[in-house]
Design a protein around this ligand. Structure first.
Ligand SMILES: [Fe+2]
Length: 252
């Protein structure tokens, strides 16, 4: 089974459409799953959710999804200074105000954790476990510099065993790491990368006889996305952020 994992689309419809086109063009991807944060920061929350629903793409609930869906007081994002905090609140309030009731209803139905069995559940074998942030909370950042002890604790919380893969997003920074035989993969972000590369990012995980992974970057019309942010009443900082591939605004 070859999976395409798309995370942190963040209402960036042109980026998501380009990624879907890339995945479909490969011809060898068996299934697409999303890892949450469908909305926030860009002006297409309803269109993005509608496309996810139309394509029947199953996935987990990101912090942005679960907080918008429940009208929580903030998005659960981390910010590094008062300006970033202000921007974060502006994005969240805009998204809450502009997400339709149908979008919120869809977001409320998202599961927190998905456990896939590529060999079938009738046999023992490797699992592919999907969460947004960590297996305990979707707001916690599982960064590459986390200790082995932290990774093992999270793997245990997910019920992972040697040979399994745990896939997540949330930090918008792709990486791969193996701890005690469990493979960890942060898929990066489709719609709001933060590694200085503006192209949309996603991951391919092939769980055939052996497990292999690949990080993919896809060019899309970033100018269209940036122009739409500037034409909306979202802060123009978010347009600058898309064009720069991040490194401007807070994590979320
Ligand atoms: Fe995110």
């Amino acid at each position: 089974m070859k999976y395409a994992l798309v995370s942190d689309i963040h209402a960036n419809l042109p980026a998501f459409e380009a990624v879907l086109h890339d995945i479909e063009g490969r011809g060898d991807v068996d299934a697409i799953y999303h890892l949450g944060d469908l909305v926030g920061y860009a002006p297409w929350p309803n269109e993005t959710v509608a496309l996810i629903e139309e394509r029947g793409i199953v996935g987990v609930s990101g912090n942005y999804d679960s907080t918008v869906a429940t009208n929580y007081k903030h998005c659960g994002c981390k910010y590094e200074d008062p300006r970033q905090e202000e921007l974060s609140h502006m994005s969240y309030e805009w998204t809450r105000a502009n997400s339709s009731e149908a979008t919120k209803r869809f977001l409320r139905r998202l599961p927190f954790h998905i456990d896939l069995r590529p060999l079938g559940g009738h046999l023992p074998g490797r699992s592919l476990i999907l969460v947004h942030g960590t297996p305990t909370l979707n707001t916690v950042y599982w960064t590459e510099d986390r200790s082995d002890a932290f990774c093992t604790k999270m793997a245990n919380a997910a019920g992972a065993r040697e040979g399994d893969v745990i896939a997540f997003g949330h930090t918008h920074l792709p990486y791969q790491r193996t701890v005690e035989g469990i493979q960890l993969v942060n898929t990066g972000s489709v719609g709001r990368p933060k590694d200085g590369d503006w192209r949309a990012g996603y991951a391919l995980v092939d769980m055939g006889e052996k497990t292999s992974m690949e990080f993919v970057r896809v060019e899309y019309d970033v100018q269209k996305a940036a122009a739409a942010v500037r034409a909306s009443n979202l802060p123009s900082d978010f347009a600058d952020f898309l064009e720069a591939g991040g490194k401007v605004v807070a994590r979320g």
